[in-house]
Design a protein around this ligand. Structure first.
Ligand code: JFZ
Length: 478
């Protein structure tokens, strides 16, 4: 027997042992072994999806940015209201619980809007920093099951699946409710009582971690196949194994949900992709053992990040959780162009809604998502399953690719009707996605390809040309 066969035999016995455990109905103790191929398979739907809906909804939604009858602010995250007013959890709960009144069937409205907008997945807050869990938790009495006799997680998961959407949980590891959460252990992470001693004497953070792991176990055991776990969040001074028993937490999740995709926010180190505190500094590398993707928050990286999966999350106004005082709504033009810009750089767009306490969605958000949906109806093939643009930049807009097909997203319609593309190309056919039956005239000479366009743009925000090429284009480098 040579060395190779010995290795193989060992491998087979490991597999046999694992399947024996499975037959006995015992949970596998370790996460399934991964390699690049498995990871690519797991990531495929997410890489093709390009567009998801984020939902921030919880007790803070009823407070709506108001405390003592006054606005806490007109901008910024009002899901942080407990921290902004420095309320202890009893005061916060006492005021917020009576206001939180989810209407029957609210989740169906969310899922229908996500579908109409062209989103392929929904990520929603199973628990935010305030510690209130939306599921029916056996290990807490600060949860929808105990307070409302409802399992809101189940309602959302079922509504999402009924629309054919993938579904994931945003789960905060920061917890402003739990009486063993050791907030003195970090100077950087937020807590409403920061700077004050623990009201209950000493705390045993390990007990909080047992609770955190138990709730995550409920969430990954009781709702069928989950697609995403979106952790939030860590600081340089408090992260990973010390802060959350992170590796153990992730491997328990993977043991229950082998195909799940997780972000890297249980960590805050260079190996895990982070440059610094803040939400926009990335090293450009990510060892997948720390997570599958990185999460630029409220901004779009200047260039793509080859080899790294990334997702920009963004608000429609300036808050994640509902606020009645925030009127800084982004224009439909900006939102549609952001989606295109992100796809052209190879990333995903996770766009947030902050429903009100009854679960209804602010009208401005409904209108924005419908506007995106209208654009997607005509142009979705230029977004889904595309890869980054081969051009570093284009003076009139953006591009996405799919094999030998290029999609040109024209933001600035040329006044002389001639769109100049800085490349040499062997063009099979060019059409506008808004008029796919009508071939456009194309001339390619040297490093320049010119497309003749009608006088008027079919879409004033972004019109898309599908350019089928015989082979990869030769791009001019400036
Ligand atoms: C976090 C949350 O605090 C926020 O409420 C929202 O849920 C958002 C999507 O995620 O926001 C962060 C996370 C990390 C930093 C700042 C805001 N950070 O590291 O500075």
């Amino acid at each position: 027997m040579n060395l190779q066969t010995i290795k193989l035999k060992l491998l087979f016995s490991a597999v046999a042992a694992a399947s024996t455990l499975a037959i006995l109905g015992l949970p596998a103790t370790a996460a399934p072994v991964e390699n690049t191929q498995r990871r690519d398979e797991r990531m495929q739907w997410w890489r093709e999806a390009r567009f998801g809906m984020f939902v921030h909804w919880g007790l803070y939604s009823g407070l709506a940015g108001t405390w003592d009858g006054k606005p806490v602010g007109t901008t910024g995250g009002m899901e942080w209201i407990q921290q902004r007013v420095k309320a202890d959890t009893e005061t916060y709960a006492e005021r917020a619980i009576p206001l939180f009144k989810p209407a029957p069937g609210f989740a169906k409205t969310w899922a229908a809007l996500a579908k109409e907008a062209g989103c392929r997945y929904i990520v929603f807050t199973s628990k935010h920093h305030d510690g209130f869990a939306l599921h029916d938790s056996k290990v807490s009495d600060f949860d929808a099951g105990s307070i409302l006799q409802r399992d809101l997680v189940k309602e959302v998961v079922e509504a999402a699946r009924a629309q054919g959407l993938k579904v994931g949980f945003y789960h905060s590891v920061i917890d402003w409710h739990h009486d063993q959460y050791g907030y003195e252990l970090s100077k950087q992470l937020p807590h409403p009582l920061k700077g004050k001693p623990y009201p209950n004497g000493t705390r045993d953070h390990n007990k909080y971690l047992d609770f955190l792991h138990a709730q995550v176990d409920e969430l990954t055991s009781n709702y069928g196949t989950l697609d995403i776990l979106w952790w939030d969040y860590s600081s340089q001074d408090f992260q990973g194994d010390t802060a959350w028993r992170a590796m153990d937490l992730m491997s328990k999740v993977r043991a229950k949900q082998p195909a799940i995709i997780m972000n890297n926010r249980l960590f805050r180190s260079p190996e895990a992709g982070w440059k610094s505190m803040g939400t926009d500094g990335f090293t450009g590398t990510l060892d997948p053992k720390y997570g599958d993707f990185i999460t630029p928050e409220q901004h779009i990286p200047a260039t793509g990040m080859p080899g790294i999966d990334w997702e920009t999350c963004m608000t429609l106004n300036t808050t994640w959780g509902y606020s009645e005082h925030d009127h800084a709504w982004k224009s439909h033009e900006l939102l549609i162009r952001n989606l295109i810009d992100i796809a052209s750089k190879g990333g995903n767009y996770l766009l947030n809604i902050g429903p009100k306490a009854d679960g209804s969605i602010p009208i401005q958000s409904v209108e924005a998502l419908k506007a995106i949906g209208g654009w997607m109806k005509v142009n979705h093939e230029a977004i889904y399953a595309t890869t980054a643009s081969p051009f570093a930049q284009l003076p009139w807009g953006r591009a996405t690719s799919k094999g030998n097909t290029l999609y040109l997203h024209v933001f600035e319609w040329p006044a002389d009707g001639q769109l100049v593309v800085p490349m040499g190309a062997d063009v099979v056919r060019a059409v506008l996605l808004a008029a796919p039956g009508q071939a456009l005239t194309v001339e390619s000479a040297g490093m320049q390809t010119k497309i003749s366009l009608p006088a008027k743009a079919p879409d004033s925000i972004a019109s898309v040309i599908r350019l089928e090429l015989r082979s990869a284009p030769v791009i001019a480098v400036f």
